[in-house]
Design a protein around this ligand. Structure first.
Ligand code: FAD
Length: 458
């Protein structure tokens, strides 16, 4: 038995929660991330029951020369976890809403679907992403783009407080408001967007909420023959209405029996929109897109905050995917024509989806840059594209290459880590921010104990 294994066996006997080692029956299920294409074999998988367990895990890993990473779901799993204890914070499931203070508090195991359910009836909205199974902490500390971001900014900017166990095993609460805690101010700055570099095991987060009594939106699907007209109309709408949430793109539904018959094997253009306000105004916006082509599906409807995930209607079950993201510097009609051609070229090798979200609005607001690592996004669009690694004839590199080429021809510069697919934080941040992130990492985790899913530079 190695020294590390002996140390982990000793740790297991001290925990209230569970610790699974490679020989344990449940280890394979526990190590598996949401993205089933990522193979990761950590030294152990820990399910701490409480903060004291997290402290014991951190101290034992440090003493045994192991690393620590926290991965609620593995949406952003990046592979290689050799010599690392993987922490699954499932037991940290508290959810509370302080309506007068407009603050949402959740434990590190809570996904956005559960958090949004807790907001039902409050008249408040949080800056959730599009998928209910993405974790609240995981999205927020990696930047976080929400359909509400053009109105209220990136999710990272809404972080009011974080509670974590640091590399020394100490429990810390950081708000950035304590004048006597300069390291804490730097730490919350780093965690507002640069969290993937690994600064501790976060156990709870508090996020600012915003008024949002009436919501309207949903998805529109069009045959691919209308793609250029529809996407150009939607992007023009986005330029004219800078606080409207929009996701515009194309999808190729796999030719698999699990697909609904009317979509199986079909290529389509998609437009999702979210308007905070009344139905009549929202329908007026959507009519500008509906005026250029007849949709094959129209799910526009007033909805409540707990129903937000239905607007995007994304798959929630674990699946094998390869992804790529970038910010894009163009959004005019000539660019749209290139985008559609690039998608169709990728689709012939199995490309499944490519979505572009107009940014601008509050995400372009440089105010408060000193409060958050994630900067103002000046590019007009962010792209996120992916391949479902299933079915015949799928070649992920060939499928993604036309969109990689498109992004290289239309660079946006900078971006939002959570929307960029795999890769270092250097893809998203300006050099000054990277230097400051490295300084914070060196100050709070000098031994490099915490392994996030992205290095600071490549
Ligand atoms: C289907 C799908 C839809 C998505 N939609 C959006 C979207 O609309 N907007 C958007 O911005 N992003 C979106 N994303 C990207 C997603 O926000 C990131 O991949 C995010 O990092 C996932 O967080 P997770 O905790 O669920 O995943 P994980 O892979 O489990 O965690 C990601 C990383 O976050 C860090 N981390 C998470 N929790 C903790 C913690 N408690 N303590 C310390 N570190 C922690 C770790 O570095 C970890 O490696 C989407 C991803 C998918 C797969």
């Amino acid at each position: 038995m190695t020294d590390a294994t002996t140390a982990l066996e000793a740790l297991r006997s001290r925990l209230t929660g569970r610790l699974l080692l490679p020989d344990d029956a449940d280890y394979d299920a526990a190590r598996s991330p949401w993205n089933l294409a990522v193979e990761q074999r950590p030294a152990a998988v820990a399910f701490p029951a409480d903060v004291a367990d997290v402290q014991a895990i951190v101290l034992a890993a440090a003493e045994a020369g192991l690393g620590v990473t926290t991965q609620p779901n593995g949406h952003g799993a990046a592979g290689d976890l050799d010599g690392v204890v993987l922490v699954r914070p499932t037991a940290f499931d508290e959810v509370s809403v302080d309506v007068p203070a407009r603050v949402l508090r959740v434990g590190a195991g809570v996904n956005w679907g559960a958090a949004l359910q807790a907001l039902e009836g409050s008249g408040l909205i949080g800056l959730a992403g599009s998928n209910p199974e993405v974790n609240v902490v995981g999205l927020a500390i990696n930047g976080g783009h929400s359909m509400f971001s053009r109105l209220h900014g990136l999710t990272a900017r809404s972080i009011a407080a974080l509670e974590l166990v640091d590399a020394s095993g100490a429990v810390r609460r950081v708000t950035g408001l304590d004048d006597d805690d300069e390291q804490g101010r730097e730490l919350i700055w780093a965690l507002r967007g640069g969290g993937a570099a690994g600064f501790g095991v976060i156990t709870a987060i508090e996020l600012e909420l915003f008024p949002g009594e009436a919501l309207f939106g949903g998805g529109l699907v069009f045959d691919a023959e209308h793609a250029k007209l529809v996407i150009a109309a939607a992007l023009a709408l986005g330029r004219d209405v800078p606080d409207l949430g929009l996701d515009v793109g194309m999808m190729q539904f796999p030719d698999l029996p699990v697909m609904p018959p009317h979509l199986r094997g079909r290529t389509v253009a998609t437009v999702s929109l979210v308007h905070v306000g009344d139905e009549a105004t929202g329908r007026g916006y959507a009519d500008r897109v509906l005026a250029v082509a007849e949709p094959i599906a129209n799910a526009l409807t007033p909805f409540t905050i707990g129903e937000l995930a239905a607007v995007a209607a994304e798959p929630t079950d674990p699946m094998p995917t390869a992804d790529f993201g970038a910010s894009l510097g163009s959004d005019d009609d000539a660019f749209v024509a290139e985008f559609v051609e690039a998608f169709l070229a990728g689709a012939s090798h199995g490309l499944t989806r490519a979505g572009m979200r107009p940014v601008g609005g509050a995400t372009a607001d440089a105010l408060g840059a000193d409060l958050a690592a994630v900067g103002a996004v000046s590019a007009p669009l962010v792209l996120n594209t992916g391949v479902l690694l299933a079915g015949p004839g799928v070649d992920p590199e060939a499928a993604l290459q036309p969109l990689r080429d498109l992004a290289a021809r239309h660079p946006g510069g900078g971006g939002i880590p959570s929307m960029l697919g795999p890769g270092p934080l250097a893809l998203a941040y300006r050099p000054e921010a990277l230097e400051r992130l490295a300084a914070v990492k060196g100050s709070v985790d000098p031994g490099g104990l915490f392994r996030g899913n992205r290095a600071i530079s490549g």
